[in-house]
Write a protein that binds this ligand. Sequence first.
Ligand code: NDP
Length: 449
Amino acid sequence: MAFKSEYLQGVYDKVCQRNKGEEEFLQAVKEVLESFEPVVEKRPDIVKAGIIDRLVEPERFIQFRVPWVDDNGNVQVNRGFRVQFNSAIGPYKGGLRFHPTVCASVIKFLGFEQIFKNSLTGLPIGGGKGGSDFDPKGKSDAEVMRFCQSFMTELSKHIGADTDVPAGDIGVGAREIGFMYGQYKRLRNEFTGVLTGKGLSYGGSLARTEATGYGLCYFTDEMLKSMKNESFKDKTVVISGSGNVAIYATQKATELGGKVVALSDSNGYIYDENGINLDVVKQIKEVERGRIKEYADRVPGSVYTEGKGIWSIKCDIALPCATQNELNGDDADILIKNGVIAVAEGANMPSTPEAVEKFLAAGVMFGPAKAANAGGVATSALEMSQNSERLSWTFEEVDAKLKNIMINIFHNSYNASKEYGLEGNLVAGANIAGFAKVADAMMWQGVSY
Ligand code: NDP
């Protein structure tokens, strides 16, 4: 039996039965349910009300065909998804991912995690997620536009500023959000905050682009300070990925005194012992949409290595910011052996359960994704507020709110870990703290909603 509690084992068995073969989703559910052992002991009312039984089943799951025509005039067909997991505390909110690995399991794992993450921000947003197995890499702007328009033609029937507000994620940045927003407006003839991550000229928020990476560093900084009286100052930092989250985590970690020496993409990683030159990375990734390999051609002294292996670089702080299950038990062993003091997840579920167990056992400070990367969705919620008010706040105002939110998330997670006898285990703390508000709202709202 994986669980001490018979009740939790029963819930998990049923989830396995209903979602056969959906590995990522089952992994995410198992991790959360494990944290609930002390909760079900302390709160029989939650068990009686069937809160957890309801929580693991999405309120709605939408799958649809996305046909589009490529530049050669050929018809292409992709698959689109939106999971509306839980709306107990607010409209569904969560990103859209365009990547060939997207499937029902990936979308459901992300949507499930989003429930707790959104609750942790303290803002009124429910959990959702969506995307497609479409790969924007190597496509022309016109192809991406036609795909986005077709995708939104169906998605528009299910979302709305007070119903479900998608944002970006892997493969969905400012370009894709713009094309989808344009299509929504055309179809509905309304200018509302139905998507976040919008361009600044049509309702976007300052600091949204930077928010996940910055937020990750604010969280990590608070964790370092509160748990070990440490900081980023003079620390060597390794960050995986080289997309939106990785770029702005690099920027903030550097501002806070750290030296970021490595970044990666799905082909390989670069090492620059002098500290990453972010202007070069931004030019390659944001302007040219190129590969991280090109960094080594442009920056003398830096080295590119093909393949995985970024975690073999010696560092004090590791920030995985690429994708799920990118850091396994063996990687954790190497990081620990090399003296890592803190790991915080910018990506969603980047560490395998084995890796997490090893970090916790070795006393490495560990910031789980749903707490550490919540800055993106928090700032998306701030974008929603600005859209409703028809106002724009300054960069400094948004950044200050973001910082405050991340500090609160750390302390709420830490305090919950203490309250339930697991002091310092932020995996359990974040799950429990995120769950508390959702469970309370579900109790108040009764069963048949
Ligand atoms: P981007 O598409 O901007 O960048 C993704 C980066 O990760 C790229 O460098 C990409 O490399 C790399 N990557 C993707 N898949 C793999 C893989 N299978 N193996 C190795 N590297 C890979 O996405 P984001 O930066 O927005 O997202 C990164 C992570 O952060 C995701 O887990 C996302 O869910 C999470 N996140 C993002 C938020 C946001 O606001 N953007 C908010 C909260 C979480 P390549 O170009 O080779 O594919």
